[in-house]
Write a protein that binds this ligand. Sequence first.
Ligand code: FMN
Length: 345
Amino acid sequence: MSGFQLQPVRVGSLVVEWPVFLAPMAGYTDGAFRSLCLEQGCGGGVTEMVSSQGLVRNHARTKHLLDTVEGERVVGAQLYGSDPAVMAAAAELVVATGRFAFIDINAGCPMPKIRNRGDGAGLMRNPARMAEITRQVKAAAGALPVTVKTRIGWDADCVNVLETTAGVEAAGADAICVHGRVARVRHSGPVAWDVIAEVKAARRVPVFGNGGVRVAEDVFRMVAETGVDGVMIGRPALGNPWLFRDIRDVAAGREPRAPSVEDVRAMIHEHMRREMELLGRRRAKDLRLGVDLTACLMLRAHLVRYLRGFRAFGALARTLEQRQDSATLLGRVDEVLASGRKCER
Ligand SMILES: Cc1cc2nc3c(=O)[nH]c(=O)nc-3n(C[C@H](O)[C@H](O)[C@H](O)COP(=O)(O)O)c2cc1C
């Protein structure tokens, strides 16, 4: 399959060899899941969104969102907030960890409690502030590149991504990621690849596209249709870190391989192990339920995705609300896997 090419991309001082990234997803893309995706061929990841206020106030829960798994590459830390000075102070704390390859500014989160404070997507209603935050974070980030992840606009009457991205580019952003939806629709509905293409044509810095990728081939279709330098993928990777392997396979002209049942089993067990390893770094007083039960709770949302399509999944799904330790939960997972798939993937 010729023409399925992706070139390395320079993002400030960073050379991104394979510009296919896991998109940040709060509650999902912690170090455990990111590292599994990276091992399947994902080119880079971003932390879940991290409150700049929480970091500056030294909140333990917030700080742990910056935990990474040993050897994770290439990972950016995503910050949200609307006070430029606080965002800059948080950026300095990220730099001090020494663990991140870039800093990403969240200018797209549509959740009411975030956007109504002027954070996340709220920044799209204040392009001057978005630019000022970029300028101050860039000044605080030292050698680390600074990127901005945003949407095409606030609502259908305010599609202002050309204006906002011009502002952040002038303020020093090293790359921009555009999710091709307005904030109003949150995460559903059509994705405007044509607007992503307009941003790509208008900006000098690399532009990543996001939204509307379901299968590996879509990555190359998005690149061909919009001209973007790279792609970010969120939900389609949940329960399917092998998507990143598929993308490498398609690029190399190979047929993507469906994961075997044993692949799924090994992935889930390893996911659980890494989740526990990360949680084990927290102070006991911050984990009311302890490491084991908390890890099971965190894995629940992933299990729904890993095991969808297996015959006995319904029986497991009904138990997911119960408190269960990891040995019990993984035992049930193995039973579901043994029940076989309803149809081949
Ligand atoms: C559950 C969930 C959590 C998300 N959390 C974040 C976040 O923390 N930061 C961010 O920039 N985007 C976040 N997003 C948006 C995704 O990064 C992405 O832009 C969106 O899901 C569209 O891409 P997709 O269709 O490939 O999932 C989140 C999306 C979902 C569904």
